[in-house]
Structures are given as C-alpha cells and as structure tokens.
Design a protein around this ligand. Sequence first.
Ligand code: ADE
Length: 228
Amino acid sequence: MKIDILTLFPEMFENIFSSSIIKRAQEEQKVVINTINFRDYSKDPHHKVDDTPYGGGDGMVLTCQPIFDCVEALKTEKSKVILLTPDGTKYEQKLAYNLSEEEHLIIICGHYEGFDERIRTLADLELSIGDYVLTGGEYASLVIVDSIVRLIPGVIKESSHQNESFNENLLDYPNYTKPREFRGMEVPEVLVSGDHKKIAEYRKNESIKKTQLRRPDMTLKRSDGYEL
Ligand code: ADE
C-alpha cells in the first residue's frame, strides 16, 4: 500500500513514522508513506496557500490551486482521496479494515480556519476522527494511518486482531499478567484454571458486560442478531 499525506507541516510526522510498528512496516515494504508539502505546488510568487474568505470573517482559508494541482499530480485510477475535516463521516474500525485493502490513499490535511469548499470535490471520502475541532488534519491523519497500517496483512500477528475492541461490535475483555495478586487485587480464578472453554466463556461474557455498561450504542449495531 502507498499513502501520500498532503500537509503544510511534514515535520509533524517524522518522529511518529520513524518509530515502532509503522517504522517496521515501512522497512518491510508493507507500506510506503510520503508526506508532501502542498505549498510546493503553489503558483503564487510567494508560495501562498491561503487567502481571506469571500463574504468576510476571521482567519484564512486554504485555496484550491495548490491542493488541486498536488492531488492531480499524485492521483491514478487506483487512488482513494480522503479529506480530513470535523464535518466528515465519523471514522470507525470497520472503515479502517476497508481502507487497509486499498492500494493507494491520498490524505488531505486541512489547516487554519478551513478550506475552500470546492476542495471537497476532490475527495472520495470526507472523514472526521471525532466530534471535536483540532488545529489541523495532521493529528487526524496520524490516527487514521496508524489504525490502517496495523491491519495490513503481515504487519502484526493476525491473531492479535481477533479479540480486539470493536470486532463484532464488542469491546475487548480484561487482560491480566503476573503477579497473580497485586496490592490485594486478585487475577480471576477462571484464568488460572487451565479450562480453555470456561476461559473463552468468561472472556465473551466480560466483553458483553463491558460493552453494555460503557458503550450501549454499540449494542444497537450488531448485525448477527446476537442478543446482548
Ligand atoms: N480537522 C480538524 N478537526 C478534525 C477532526 N475532528 N477530524 C478530522 N479532521 C479534523
């Protein structure tokens, strides 16, 4: 997979993309990630990328030309263009799975007060990572890229995905490790019983209980008719 990120702040990505699992995924050529400064595509003599809003108001608005030219230079028929904006569709794990199967993602990070509305016509998908306003799409793109790259086959062990939160619309079950007792808090007896059937039942029930308590909204989404 190839991911091109259009940003005015490529340096914001350097540490994160050269650390941990994302670093390894690039080294193993599971993914190629490029950050592209769309200021380089500006035809303005001073490389301007924003201007005052028509109709008045505070702040500056990103202009069409640099972003259109940059996307058009990168795009092929296999590309999916994603625009990050707080008014986009809410990003969820299911979409992370779908996007991890794409060949080429182009991610546009908005900044400042906003972007010219016509930039939306470039996007196949407009995404928000939650109901809050960030200073820029860079933070959102880091979240989205991380959640996609870990799902690319071979990046982490497939079995690690099986029980994680949001699969089957259930939150993850609780995990414990050594020691068996810490400051008076005991590991549940069933987990040291060696009875794998009972352990699986316990974990499923704990997942269900946690989901009902913390995320009743998720229980509405189950498509298999499984009763919670
Ligand atoms: N840009 C600013 N806020 C954002 C959000 N919540 N999601 C995606 N992009 C954004």
